[in-house]
Design a protein around this ligand. Structure first.
Ligand code: PEP
Length: 234
């Protein structure tokens, strides 16, 4: 039986005060989940979430161990905070910041080496889906990471790029189809999350699919009641 996981991706949103209010609300709801917060709020999250059912993580990390990489944050630095998860290969990192499969794979390996569980994001663009290339794209993205020492206890998130932040969700059947394909390349224990415009009103149907083990939630993770409802749906 795979343990379910709902992880919030706060992206570059919030303030110290909104972070405090959101964390307080999630802790008060007593739901098991994870939140991936902006770097400046990692210490605040670590402090507030100690001893609770809410794990926390970062949204990216450097593939380098240390050195002259201005602005970057290493796996060891995150590990020192007790960081449990880190997103790698989110489509915004791939498309807005030009991260390549090789770079994502190096970040994946760096996280694992530091004892941090990577949440590897894979997903096709609308153009790739319409060209019938969904499986080819997600397989390429996954295989690049797997080549760096296998899957271990890493989590994989299928996030169709056309569904992220667009309000356009994959149908449960579309999600299941890709998850089943990914499952065939992974161990039976690997947790596979779906991400892309998951909201309280569509979460239960998506999470009911046999190969969907939870979700990676962007916009709705910033609204306490919505995020809590999604966690409960899982
Ligand atoms: C995401 O950023 O990972 C995401 C799934 O965003 P949203 O839920 O807003 O589509």
């Amino acid at each position: 039986m795979r343990e379910r996981l709902v992880a919030g991706n706060w992206k570059m949103h919030g303030s110290r005060e909104s972070c405090r209010a959101l964390l307080d609300a999630i802790v008060a709801a007593d739901v098991a989940c994870a939140v991936c917060v902006p770097f400046p709020y990692l210490a605040q999250a670590a402090e507030r979430l100690r001893g609770t059912r809410v794990a926390w993580g970062a949204q990216t990390l450097s593939e380098h161990a240390q050195g002259a990489f201005t602005g970057e944050v290493s796996a060891a630095m995150l590990g020192e905070f007790g960081c449990r998860y880190v997103l790698v290969g989110h489509s915004e990192r791939r498309h807005l910041f030009g991260e390549t499969d090789a770079q994502v794979a190096a970040k994946f390996a760096a996280a694992r080496a530091a004892g941090i569980t990577p949440i590897l994001c894979v997903g096709e663009t609308l153009q790739e889906r319409e060209a019938g290339r969904t499986q080819e794209v997600v397989a390429r993205q996954l295989d690049a990471a797997l080549a760096r020492g296998g899957i271990g206890d890493a989590v994989v998130a299928y996030e169709p790029v056309w569904a992220i932040g667009t309000g356009r969700t994959a149908t449960p059947e579309q999600a299941q189809e890709v998850h089943a394909f990914l499952r065939g390349r992974l161990s039976a224990q690997t947790r596979l999350l779906y991400g892309g415009s998951v909201k309280p009103d569509n979460a239960a149907a998506i999470f009911a699919m046999p190969d969907v083990d939870g979700g990676l939630i962007g916009g709705a993770s910033l609204v306490a009641n919505d995020f809590i409802a999604i966690c409960r749906a899982a």
